[in-house]
Design a protein around this ligand. Structure first.
Ligand SMILES: [Zn+2]
Length: 300
């Protein structure tokens, strides 16, 4: 049976992943004290599928300890292996459960590897749509604590990614919004900024992007600067908003898509929940003003 189904009412794609129901959860440890050993920690390499990419500063065999960053297929993928890709980027071999606990070097390395894998998956001969995201905390969809990003290669056009791609074909609303950000600025790094968009996609969203538009994360990006900015933003969200669960969404041009794009990373603190309006109509209600969110985050 195919992983992809089409909702006959909306016409949109749906991924059928019955096997994911069996995946382990340790993010609700309080409810389930029988914690398993963490498969993402150093020494547990045999508990994951065979790695697709890793960096070992001292050398060493694949699927053994000694790695600084490791990419493995998701053991419980949203998409069948013969139809697409679903992998996990583990940015540190230490058992770290929040982005803010990463060192600047680890954050920079992780971002660089996201860029590498997005390019590789986006040029897969099957014509997959690449997308990278982080779920942190149970309310954001995380099932394993050990911080990690996920990258999918989808065999269908994701409606939201397609809509964003089509927007950049005719305009650059990210650059326009950043140019007018002013009181909505949160933090800055060399050539990059973090700000609250005037019209955010979700409540509390902080957007990170280069000031000069580049289409993909891997193009001319100073990953050290970007890593510092990302850690700064995550730390501000933790302290200003009470360490909420959060999602991090990476939007960049597809390697085989149109060139016009302005890559951006949306950090979405899960301060609200998607309710009936959002689930049923697809229309998002934004609570609070971006200027007020930005002010709180600046002061944090
Ligand atoms: Zn771990």
């Amino acid at each position: 049976m195919s992983s992809v189904a089409w909702d006959p009412v909306t016409g949109g794609p749906v991924l059928l992943a019955p096997g994911r129901a069996a995946r382990p959860h340790d993010t609700r440890a309080a409810r389930n004290p029988s914690r398993r050993p963490c498969p993402f920690c150093e020494g547990a390499e045999q508990d994951t599928p065979l790695e697709t990419y890793a960096e070992r500063p001292e050398g060493g065999e694949p699927n053994t300890p000694g790695w600084s960053v490791r990419v493995v297929p998701n053991k419980f993928p949203v998409i069948a292996e013969d139809e697409g890709i679903h992998e996990v980027v583990i940015p540190t071999s230490r058992h770290v459960v929040e982005l803010t606990e990463l060192t600047e070097q680890e954050a920079a390395r992780a971002l660089r590897v996201w860029a590498i894998r997005l390019e590789a998956i986006g040029t897969d001969p099957r014509g997959l749509w690449p997308f990278c995201f982080v779920n942190q905390g149970a309310a954001a969809g995380a099932s394993l604590q050990h911080t990690h990003a996920q990258i999918v290669g989808l065999p269908v056009e994701p409606p939201r990614l397609l809509a964003i791609e089509r927007t950049f074909a005719r305009a650059n609303p990210v650059a326009e919004d950043l140019a007018a950000a002013d009181t909505r600025l949160v933090a800055e790094a060399d050539g990059m900024a973090a700000w609250c968009p005037a019209v955010p996609p979700y409540t509390g969203t902080v957007r990170i992007a280069p000031r000069e538009p580049t289409a993909a994360l891997g193009e001319h990006t100073d990953f050290g600067e970007l890593g510092r900015l990302l850690l700064d933003v995550a730390t501000r969200i933790d302290s200003a908003l009470g360490a909420p669960s959060l999602n991090l969404l990476v939007h960049q041009r597809r390697p085989v898509g149109p060139d016009a794009y302005h890559w951006h990373i949306d950090v979405v603190p899960r301060v609200g929940t998607l309710a009936g309006l959002e689930l049923g109509s697809g229309v998002i209600a934004i609570a609070g003003a971006p200027e007020a969110t930005a002010a709180r985050l600046r002061q944090a």
